[in-house]
Ligand binder design. Structure first.
Ligand SMILES: [Zn+2]
Length: 173
């Protein structure tokens, strides 16, 4: 997938480009290629992005630390505003940005949009926060308990109790 020149998107029929994805994404290790599609729609002042894709990745269980295969299903949408970085007179001189503003991505209207980078980001965001090989995963199972040899002190104690028991048996009721 080549980076897209944003003004060219506006000239397309329906201002929309559908990209079929069937590829391994560098830096995002998967067992199978990422398969699906990315749809980029030029909305005038914004890009309307969506992706549906699937792949299989190897994760490590948070509880038992075993590796397991996970089917990652991506269904993402995002709006990216088209604005020049210096087209923000209201924000000029403002040191503090709200959290919301930081979440909003923007690109220059005559710039490029890289579907690879965007898809990579969406895949990273879709990773499960809690990685469990199984919902019922019992965690790390200690090695099967072998009956340990009783310690000497334990043996001594047992024999004393044994004697006591014998004496008790001999006492008249
Ligand atoms: Zn597990």
């Amino acid at each position: 997938m080549e980076p897209l020149h944003i003004p060219q998107l506006a000239n397309r029929q329906d201002r929309t480009l559908e990209i079929i994805v069937d590829t391994l994404i560098p830096e995002f290790e998967t067992l199978t290629p990422v398969r699906g599609k990315v749809i980029v729609k030029h909305g005038g002042t914004f890009l309307d992005l969506s992706a549906q894709a699937e792949t299989i990745i190897t994760l490590k269980c948070d509880r038992c630390l075993q590796q397991y295969n996970h089917r990652l299903v991506l269904d993402a949408t995002e709006i990216i505003w088209l604005e020049e970085p210096d087209e923000e007179p209201d924000r000029k001189g403002m040191e503090i940005r709200t959290d919301l503003e930081e979440l909003v991505d923007s690109l220059p209207p005559d710039g490029h949009f890289d579907p690879n980078v965007w898809l990579y980001e969406q895949l990273c965001l879709s990773l499960p926060l809690r990685q469990l090989c199984d919902l019922d995963c019992a965690g790390i199972i200690p090695p099967a308990e072998v009956d340990p040899e009783p310690s000497e002190a334990q043996q001594l104690l047992d024999s004393r109790w044994g004697i006591l028991g014998t004496i008790k048996d001999r006492l008249p009721e």
